[in-house]
Design a protein around this ligand. Structure first.
Ligand code: HEC
Length: 136
């Protein structure tokens, strides 16, 4: 095959080659996983444990009500500890006892006694205290 014939074939084939290239690019661009996680790999999802905007009334009070009120509430205060009401909780938060007992820090009783809070609930309590234990 002479150079002349090859060259003219290449020239005729050029538009087809270009079209194929464009199709390949479109295919990969439209392919969700092309730049994302490999097949079978979990997609990165937002952290469901939102420690950015922790509210006393919406987040902390329900955690304490569900896990602590049975032993530490207005009606029944084991060892005189009351976790009901913001001003009571705030005192324990400021004294580091709230984080100490719920995050099982060394030297603190471990609360609640039946078993630790979930990791998310521990983080939420720490975040709320770090954000100033506000009555929000
Ligand atoms: C099943 C009952 C029970 C539950 C539920 C419970 N506690 Fe207690 N708590 C106790 C007892 C008993 C003590 C005293 C013995 C001790 O310190 O281990 C105590 C002591 C404490 C103290 C005082 C610790 C100290 O060193 O002075 C704090 C603070 C406390 N609890 C917080 C909590 C918080 C916060 C929760 C919920 C996350 C909780 N407790 C859930 C029974 C409970």
């Amino acid at each position: 095959m002479s150079y002349g014939v090859f060259h003219s074939m290449l020239r005729k084939g050029a538009p087809i080659l270009a079209l194929m290239l464009i199709l390949v690019v479109i295919f990969f661009a439209g392919c969700e996983n092309f730049s994302g996680p490999a097949k079978g790999e979990k997609k990165t999802v937002a952290d469901p444990c939102d420690t950015v905007n922790v509210s006393y009334s919406k987040t902390i009070q329900p955690i304490l009500q569900g896990n602590c009120y049975s032993c530490h509430a207005n009606a029944f205060q084991t060892v005189g500890v009351n976790m009901e009401g913001y001003s009571n909780v705030k005192r324990y938060a400021d004294a580091t006892l709230l984080v100490g007992v719920t995050s099982q820090l060394p030297g603190y009783s471990q609360m609640p006694p039946p078993g630790p809070l979930s990791d998310c609930n521990k983080r939420l309590i720490r975040a709320w205290v770090n954000q100033g234990a506000k009555n929000n």
